[in-house]
Ligand binder design. Structure first.
Ligand code: DX5
Ligand code: ZN
Length: 216
């Protein structure tokens, strides 16, 4: 299991320090939540900020775009230093083209699904994906309550991935904490995103250990 802390719950005033602290805590991934105030009712940050922070960190930048028509910004985020670009299936009209463009830019490609979006939107595109992000809250804010039907969705997606013999990672985002981490990994999750249940409980090194202990 990989833990990808969501910076949405970090101290935006000290992002460089936060990134350094995550690296020190032996983490490999960090999750950037990009919100445009259109696709979701909140605004966070964009490519220029990620670009500045790229110089400060060797972490794998896992970039979750909660923006309408994300195809407009792929080059910006690739040039800013994203390692993986994840777009919402609900946010654009040409998912196939968007995925091809992310790959052409030399980045890993992910697709995120809102809680209500069925898995079958992935039917033809799954073999192309490095990662599928299953939203376990409605995107827009940290600290929301985990939606329990996520478990069934993750199990079903894992079955489909196994059946096709793919290496696609399953990422869960929203309301992940020490109480549901184990069940999510058992259902098939590979990457857990955690915002409030991670950043509200420093020191980070200890929190990382607590997450790994919770899934034992
Ligand atoms: C929600 C974001 C999540 C969020 C997770 O729109 O995509 O990454 O920050 O935060 P918690 O873990 O607090 O639900
Ligand atoms: Zn996210």
């Amino acid at each position: 299991m990989l833990l990808s802390p969501s910076l949405l719950s970090s101290d935006y005033g000290h992002l460089a320090d936060e990134l350094k602290a995550l690296e020190k805590a032996d983490l490999k991934w960090v999750h950037w939540d990009v919100m445009d105030g259109q696709f979701v009712p909140n605004i966070t940050l964009g490519a220029p900020i990620i670009k500045c922070l790229r110089k400060e960190s060797n972490l794998f930048f896992d970039v979750h775009l909660m923006v309408d028509r994300p195809e407009r910004f792929l080059v910006d985020f690739a040039e800013a230093g994203a390692d993986l670009i994840c777009v919402h299936a609900e946010a654009g009209n040409h998912l196939n083209r968007t995925i091809q463009e992310i790959k052409k830019l030399g980045k890993q490609a992910g697709v995120a699904l809102n809680p209500h979006t069925p898995l079958n939107v992935l039917d033809y595109i799954l073999p192309e994906l490095d990662l599928v992000l299953i939203m376990s809250v409605n995107p827009g804010f940290g600290g929301q309550k985990f939606i329990p039907y996520t478990y069934a969705k993750v199990r079903e997606l894992k079955e489909r991935i196994n059946k096709l013999n793919l290496k696609t990672l399953i990422q869960i985002d929203g309301g992940v904490d020490l109480t549901n981490a184990k069940a999510l990994v058992e259902a098939g999750a590979d990457v857990l995103v955690s915002g409030s249940a991670f950043f509200n409980f420093p020191p980070y090194g200890e929190r990382v250990k607590a997450f790994y202990k919770a899934i034992e």
